[in-house]
Design a protein around this ligand. Structure first.
Ligand code: FAD
Length: 410
């Protein structure tokens, strides 16, 4: 038996960031990770507010030292490749928007850096797989059971709070602690992705994210990872992918040439220089993800759609908010409540719902969406794309505009 104040399942961006902020509040925590780092992970383009969290953790200089490409914005190309709209990365200083930047990351390197940082500021770390949840007679979560990599024996970890940061593993949902997963609106999509060398880059800046619209729910990403390599991926309805009857590599190479003329023109060498991977069914929601003794952050409770690169940011922002909620709880707040972390859950749900409305608006009303982003509600959408979704998303006139369109369409 081992004891800690907070046991964290998974040391991806969510888990490692939660650990760093818990340590800042002087709280003991143990990160438990099943995969040896560095390890491959998809999710390479970061939002502006994600960059702000990285800087807040004191890692801005380290990001520069590691030479992660600097992202100034995202450019989205329409189906002919001839039209496009651009959203710059900007930060808020009071009422004013100021030019800013964030990064593109090779996740093997980025995630290892975040874990190293968490350990450097005092988080404990265990290499092993969490296999069970410990509960008391009232059903409250009181710890986890781990299979450490260096031992045949299961180890019980007693904790005041368990944070589920297990990503797509959605550990506490699968253990019937959090609610069962509900398929999301984009659950029938499949993403197939790899990397290519030396394509022609450039949105407004060479290392910007490019998004290519093919057809409804059928699009490609282009994310520079270093001076040579660019991450490319195609997301399409599962039925379309199955009907092609191709291998993953055949599918991706053909799509690079056919999906959008602007993308095709950028390909100078279509050899896929990284294993071709696929992820189906990535869109889901765990409706109840907090309770007595536990809370979930990041992909462990919800992932909507990769189109606007929000996943890592949502995981890191929720980690920051969860650390605040845990600090208050350990100081005595909401100790006897049926759900001590209900306020965190409400904040997360409101922001995730605003993100869902944004993504749904893009797919349902692409032309109006482009007009809103480019002109009518430009500032709102600069805020939304940066990730400033957690402060009163109800006040965004841009989201109200999307709601009005939906009401008229029904
Ligand atoms: P993860 O990064 O998945 O980390 C979870 C960790 O938990 C893993 O290391 C895992 O090994 C560990 N773990 C799981 N179960 C256990 C267990 N039982 N015991 C111990 N350890 C465990 N996001 C972006 O920001 N930008 C993008 O461009 C982007 N592109 C994407 C493209 C696709 C196709 C998809 C599907 C997603 C994309 N995302 C993107 C989303 C992004 O990948 C995730 O949102 C992000 O990685 C979530 O971070 P996390 O910390 O919640 O989970």
């Amino acid at each position: 038996m081992k004891r800690t104040q907070v046991a964290i399942i998974g040391a991806g961006p969510g888990g490692a960031t939660a650990a760093a902020y818990l340590r800042r509040a002087g709280i003991e925590c143990l990160l438990i990770e099943k995969d040896p780092f560095p390890r491959y992970h998809i999710g390479e383009s970061l939002t502006g507010e994600c960059g702000a969290i990285i800087r807040d953790l004191g890692l801005g200089d380290e990001m520069a030292r590691r030479r992660h490409p600097v992202k100034h914005g995202v450019k989205v190309f329409g189906p002919t490749g001839a039209t496009s709209w651009y959203v710059p990365v900007m930060r808020r200083e009071g009422d004013t928007l100021v030019d800013s930047t964030t990064w593109q990351v090779r996740r093997s390197d980025f995630d290892a850096m975040l874990l190293e940082h968490a350990r450097a500021v005092g988080a404990d770390f265990m290499q092993g797989e969490v296999v069970n949840v410990l509960r008391n007679e009232q059903g409250d979560v009181i710890g986890v059971q781990v299979r450490p990599h260096d031992s045949q024996h299961l180890l019980d970890i007693d904790a005041d709070v368990v944070v589920d940061a297990s990503g797509l593993g959605t550990f506490l949902s699968r253990q019937d602690v959090a609610a069962p997963r509900v398929p999301g609106r984009y659950a029938k999509q499949v993403a197939i992705f790899s990397q290519i060398a030396n394509p022609v880059r450039g949105g407004e800046y060479p290392d910007d994210t490019l998004i290519f619209y093919g057809d409804k729910h059928h699009w490609a990403w282009f994310i520079p990872l270093d001076d040579e390599i660019v991450s490319v991926g195609v997301t399409a309805p599962g039925a379309y992918v199955a009907a092609r009857g191709e291998s993953k590599a055949e599918f991706l190479r053909r799509e690079l040439h056919e999906l959008n003329p602007n993308l095709a023109e950028r390909i100078t060498d279509d050899r896929l220089v990284e294993e071709v991977r696929a992820i189906p069914n990535f869109s889901y929601n765990v409706p109840r993800f907090t309770g007595r003794g536990f809370l979930c952050i990041g992909d462990a409770h919800r992932f909507i759609d990769p189109i606007f690169s929000f996943g890592v940011y949502m995981a890191m922002k929720e980690a920051q908010l969860a650390a605040d909620a845990i600090r208050d709880y350990l100081d005595g707040a909401h100790r006897d409540a049926a759900d001590p972390f209900a306020a965190y859950a409400a904040l997360s749900t409101r922001a995730q719902d605003a993100l869902q409305e944004t993504v749904d608006g893009f797919w349902d009303f692409p032309l109006a969406f482009a007009f809103f982003v480019h002109q009518r509600y430009r500032e709102d959408f600069i805020d939304i794309f940066a990730g400033r979704l957690f402060n009163a998303p109800d006040t965004f006139r841009g989201l109200q505009g999307l709601r009005n369109l939906r009401a008229h369409a029904q």
